[in-house]
Design a protein around this ligand. Sequence first.
Ligand code: PCA
Length: 326
Amino acid sequence: MHKRVVLPILLAGLATGAQAAEWNLATPYGDASFHTQNNRQFAEDVAEATDGELRINVHSGGSLVSHAEIKPSVRRGTVEAGEIFLSTLSNEDPIYEIDTLPGVAGSYEDAMTLWETTRPMITELFADEGLMPLYAVAWPAQGIYTGEALEDPAQFEGLRVRAPNINTQRFVENLGGNPTETEESDIPTAFSTGRVDAMITSSATGNAMTAWDYVSHFTDANLWLPKNIVFVNRRAFDALDEATQETLLEAAARAEERGWQMSREDNEESLQALRDNGISVSTPNEEVAAALQEAGDQLFADWQSRASETALDLLDRYREEVDTAE
Ligand code: PCA
């Protein structure tokens, strides 16, 4: 009885001669993150479109390797694919910080134009390391979570603020605060052990990390829309047959489009969830806005002094694009 079922499957495998591949994709973000959900959908799309020829296992929450180890592991090929917070690469090239600068891209449209403009340079830098970007997706705009209403910039004095990357840490310093870099998954511990009083992140992360357990106010300051990038080891990609490569890239393009849409929707849902759980959500008052502007200007000047000619040219090109689009 069994033979009738098994034999055709075996023959089908022999006929294509294909060797099914199984990849691991490591992400630092948890299952509650829309990025992780998008990655899982991407993996499902790939498995379905390739008839299981390429299966991608998504390992969430830093369970396979830690955030800092994801890119080195994918370079070595011990992990085939990974997702990271792009701006954590700022020590490699200031281009990676361009999406965490205030006053550059403060809407999804502009953030997408910024990605399209900088994608070729980032793709080249990744290629130099034997890596290939698959897609990048923006987080909702970054804002400030505090334990009290943020009404006076003097409140930043000595405030211990959790930040997700170096640039945000500098921003906090410019405001007079005391920054600590903390992984998203470590946010609850950072608050519960009293290491931080406040944090800069998105509505999405505030919601995923149940910010209401630690803070009471979210100042939706629309600072910037930083991105995650999903990438693959080039050798692993080259080892796939051409049809599978094509299918993978098509699924990646769809994941990018879907991801940006998910980000918009998550922002709305998360802002609502914050409110529903008792967090007061507001925009910065004039004094706070002025202080954020000043700290941002300083941050930008610092970036400009470090950025390469190519990065500065790309910023100019991006600005031209945005101006003509208006
Ligand atoms: N969430 C991630 C990165 C930016 C964001 O909105 C974090 O805070 O770590």
